[in-house]
Design a protein around this ligand. Sequence first.
Ligand code: TYD
Ligand code: MG
Length: 434
Amino acid sequence: MVEKTVESSSGMAPETGGGTRPQRLSQVRSAEGRRLTLGLPEFDRVLGGGLVPGSLVLLGGDPGIGKSTLLLQVALRLAEYGQEVLYVAAEESPEQIKLRADRLGSVSDGVVVLPETALDRVLETAEELRPTMIVVDSIQTVYLTALESSPGSVSQLRDCTAQLLRFAKQTATPIFLVGHVTKEGLIAGPRVVEHMVDVVLYLEGERFYQHRILRAVKNRFGSTNEIGVFEMTDSGLRDVGNPSELFLAERVRDAPGSAVVVALEGTRPILIEVQALTSPAGYGTPRRVATGFDATRLQLLVAVLTKHAGLRLADQDVFVNVTGGIRLVEPAADLGVALAIASSASGIPLDPTAVYIGELGLAGEVRGVHALERRLQEAARLGFERAFVPASSRVASLSAELRLIPISSLAEAVSALAAQAVRSRQNGSELSPG
Ligand code: TYD
Ligand code: MG
């Protein structure tokens, strides 16, 4: 609960002068062709193919995740192309910004830093300067002098955003707002203004991983499914054009409990390693712990494994970890997760050259997934040789290198795992003399 003081004046006087007139939809000019390319392909992708003029974009994220870095990088990139960007530094001094720019290896004349927290003056400057783009870092530290409440309060946040929105639309200037995700306290979070802006992006990442994921939560100009993957380096964020390779880089092949699944993030399939570990439980209820995977879904998979594949997990703790700090939300990963658990429980490694795609039903059946072909293409591209796919799906093999193995039930997949163990044991005995 946040107290909201009702101000006497909201500072929103009706516009005078020309005003607006109704237009026929057929005569409205489309802004599509005029998107601004930001020079970071992953960022452009998340925006839906570049920044639309006059759009108000909120970039949220935990403190220290790299929001300022990302936006300064974009500003510097635009400046390199000869554009002018107004960077409103409401949190940091120009010296700090300069230090960061030095780190990013580019200091350009085109970036104008304005150390100002009073939004009225920010808008005056913007009016004079008419930059190509404006960055307000952050929306929680700027304030309107007309309001009595303190910066970061709900009413300041709303009214500041409204003013910036008006400026963006009137002048067709794209504006980025930085918003820190706050857990509690007097500073309102970026959620408060999500409904007002055109695009809501969140920069996510785990503290101990170098990569960051840019996710669109709302996008009036594109899909909200796309993600952008970046890597935090010593000189700023770097585009990761090929996330699958990044997420599979540290995979331990031939270790029990590891499976590669193909998750679809927007239009892009990404290969991700899932690890599972089962170990004898102590007293009481055995634990089912998931990192990067839904805990309820894990319990369901454990139940299906117990009931339909004959696994004895009642006295085992089950841990599932999606590597690289990714969150797997798609049911298409079920088969891979279940088999990783079966693999750990039996001590038999899964085929390291295979990917596992399929949703599991409560009857232990493997159900179809959407966009199977796209997932298979990515698996083939990364050199995988076999793909376990739902038997119900009608997909012909895409390439000679990737063999499809149709699977209709979890029981079938688990017995295939056991058969594979027998095969590799036989191969092993052929190799060892005697
Ligand atoms: P920052 O952009 O200040 O985060 P936010 O604005 O979201 O609070 O990023 C801060 C972190 O990024 C800080 O821990 C240092 C790190 N960093 C790098 O690793 N490399 C770099 O080139 C830069 C500029 C920052
Ligand atoms: Mg910052």
